[in-house]
Design a protein. Sequence first.
Length: 539
Amino acid sequence: MKGLFRGLILVALSGLGSTLVNAQKNEAPNIIFIMSDDHAYQAISAYGHGLNQTPNIDRIADEGVIFNSATVTNSICAPSRAVMLTGKHSFRNGKVDNHQEFDWNQDNFVKQLQENNYATALLGKIHLDGTPQGFDHYAVLPAQGNYYNPDFIINGDTTQIEGYVTDITTDMVIDWLDDRNTDKPFCVLYHQKAPHREWLPAERHYKKYTKRTFKEPTTLFANNEGRGTAAQTAEMNILSHMNWAGDSKISPEALEAMGIDENSDWGIEAWEKNLGRMNKQQRASWDATYQPIIEDFKSKYPTMSKEQLTKWRYQRYMQDYLACIASVDEGVGRVLDYLDQNNLAENTIVVYTSDQGFYLGENGWFDKRFMYEQSLRTPLLMRYPKEVEAGQKSDALVQNLDFAPTFLDYAGINIPTDIQGKSFRKVLNQEDENFRDAVYYTYYEYPSIHMVKRHYGIRTHRYKLIHFYYDVDQWELYDLSADPDEQTNVYNSPEYAEIKEQLHQQLTDLRKEYGDSDQLQQEHLDRYINTVKETMSGL
Ligand code: SGN
Ligand code: CA
């Protein structure tokens, strides 16, 4: 009521008159659900890490709410998207890892909106095979997609579009909004590919960002000694596992001249594929910026220590990664401006999130997957002027599991009883103090790229308990208030014995509540081995 009252006053004050007030009063809200790929909360200025500036994304928080403890249930792309659509944990919706098929025939929240008179669209990256269901219109990237001159599958037909993927996706959103049926409320899934690996920025941004130096994380050289085997054997190190050509953009010729071996079989292939898609002008401009970087590196490389190399590669990584985010942020600004210019801001829910978090050099890492904070957490900012008071900060333990029921709740549609997430609408109206005590997490994709072992666990506001299984049997316990960087596993410390017991009990209860079990994990493992055995060694 409070939000609505404030909204009415605002509209009245802005001089738009009573017709609009009446028109908006009983309307179902529009929804713009912005999701980027691998966008770390550390790289959004509203989160206060001082790494970069994202003024447009920050605007969503200033005019709405920022969540400081939002998490995903399974920190990997396609599974996260399946959870977001269905409101069900991976072991319930079936998409437990990037390799399994997603069953589009199951219910998803967009289908529900579509059945209830919403105009719906999906634009950008979805990473779920098969024909998207629930959308009046879709234009999606095949699999991971490409940054330059990308192919799009538009309602079933594949076409290549000249230009830069982030800008094209934003154009598509604005065009669709312009052409939509204005008699209906709308829901658009605006899903950017950026800033996914291998981080190819737009010209206007790489020109600036390649000249900048970024703050290093305090744990850039942490050695994971206080953690278990999984952290020590993961292949996510910036120096040892990031590709020199594909990721750091050092040309294959330069690598050969310096005698540097590429870190993976596909590093050079990636460089050739990514740059090979550019047209002449794009490539000439790229070379004009990156060739001098390569030459400079060639002159320094022979005398560089491992530490200097790590620092250099961290900067190279941040320059491209953050430059990709600059385009994403501009796109958000364009869409927010569009809403303003078309009197849509008041009754439109705008959500900004990522499919998971990401490591920006913490523990020397890139990528995600682990239940440790940087990848478990995900950015989440939301604005809905009609109902959500501006300037809120929330520590509620919301998850990507909650998007489906939250949107249905706002749309006034009954939430199906088999949805496992919970609407967080009441949290934003200060009517739900104890939203959730603990979140449940599962990760299945092992053995696979980055070699992060299978695990599951729970996180409360203060503690985290993780079990790594399959080829190890190890428990880890972290006290996030004493050790926010999770450098010391206190599972076997006597002073945490009582906490440990409580967390074990909570974990058992949560697994039961959500319907997960060791047996189900074994079934997923068997399925995984069958799916990937032709392509993976070491099983
Ligand atoms: C690719 C990336 C990996 C990344 C996976 C999954 N390598 O394989 O680094 O973890 O995608 O990412 S790359 O060299 O091909 O870019 S996800 O976001 O789709 O889950
Ligand atoms: Ca991702």
